[in-house]
Structures are given as C-alpha cells and as structure tokens.
Write a protein that binds this ligand. Sequence first.
Ligand code: GLN
Length: 238
Amino acid sequence: MAHAQVSNNVTIGILALQGAFAEHQVALQKLSCQKKIAVILVRTAGDLSACDALIIPGGESTTIALLAKLAGLLEPLRAFLQNKPVWGTCAGAILLAQAVENTKKGGQELLGGISVTVARNGWGSQIESFEAPLSIDGLRDPTTPFMGVFIRAPVVLALHPSTENPPIEIIARLPLNVVPNAQKLMVHDEGDSDPRNSQSIVALRQGRHMLTTFHPELTKDNRFHEYFVRICVLPTLL
Ligand code: GLN
C-alpha cells in the first residue's frame, strides 16, 4: 500500500533583495527545532510560493520596497501576508507597518500586515545608533538579557488595535533611560496619558506576524529566531 509522504520540514524564506539577509540565514541554520528548517533566499514570486513563512531583513526600507516592486513581488508579498507568518526586522518592520511617518520625499510603498504606525529613523541618524540590553519574558532563557542593536531604527508611534485583527502582543520594551537621546523622541499624543508609551515598544506580535525594530540577526543570539519559529510559524502548520 502506498503511503502519503509526510514532510517534516518547514521552509522559511528570507527576502534577499537588500540588507542583512545573509545574517538571518546563518541564525536560522544554527537553530535546533523539532522540525528540520529549510531556508530559501527569496528574490522572485516563485521563491516565495515555496515558503511557509518569511523574514524581511533590516536594510533600507525604501530600497527594499523599490526592488520588490521591480521584481513584481509587492502583490505576492501582500497576498503571502494574508495567511503566512512574516517577521520584519528594522527596515522589515517598517514594511510591515500599516502606516509610516518621516518617509523620504514621495512616500514609500508598504506591505502592511501589522496595525501600527511607525516613524522611520525615529531614534535619530546613524551616529545615534545604539545597543541596549532588553529583558524579554517570552524568550528561551529569559533571565539572560537580549542585546538589542538599533541602527537608524524605527519607533512605534501608535498601535491601532481593532476587533477585525488579532490582538497586539507587546514582546519587548526599551527602558528609555538607556536611550542616548530619549528626550528627542517625537511626541505623538493620541489621548494616551503617556505619549511615550508606545514609543518604548521594540518588539511586538500581531497574530502570526512579528516585528522587531532592532536587529537580532546582527548578534550571535538566535533566541528571536527560535521565538518566531515556535510562536508564529509552527502553530500555522498544525
Ligand atoms: N532607517 C532604515 C529604513 O528606513 C532602516 C534601518 C535599518 O534597517 N537598520 O529603512
């Protein structure tokens, strides 16, 4: 009797048009997981169609969006977001936002998928980039801080929860006393008594999608990759 072949693999794509995609690849390849992880560098709609989940790396969101448009990937990416998990780091987080402020002249294409507004370069310019230890309960080995690397990172200006979308879960906040230029944060008062409240959020999840405004792939610590696979990806395969 013929048996249907049961695949024990999960295929994770990394959008590889520009930015830190190679570092994400290394982090995923080092991950031990209950399923075997196959990693694909995604440059075409065909590559994307083979993926169970996708990571959009840091880099430059306007460049990534432009290259995605030229590759005919914008609509396939938007369709992918409708039912597959996606994690965006830094520039990738900007692309996943519903709205962005402080864009380059002429604005920029977004993919959407997460109900937040972000500001590009919200902590300042390249010379104001910084690292900060984050304590994060949901990660494996939670008592060990995770080193957040913030390079011209976006700031979360506002959350837009609604009954039509999954709730937004805050994974990590940045203690504002460690930010070199916290006093320069844009004030964006949407009726919240502390307008900096959303601005301290540096990692969040909405359903199967996740964003981190920093770069876990630039450290040797792959606990965020493990978290994405465990919390966002594996449950969608059941
Ligand atoms: N500021 C960049 C952008 O707008 C993001 C920087 C990064 O990914 N390190 O895309």
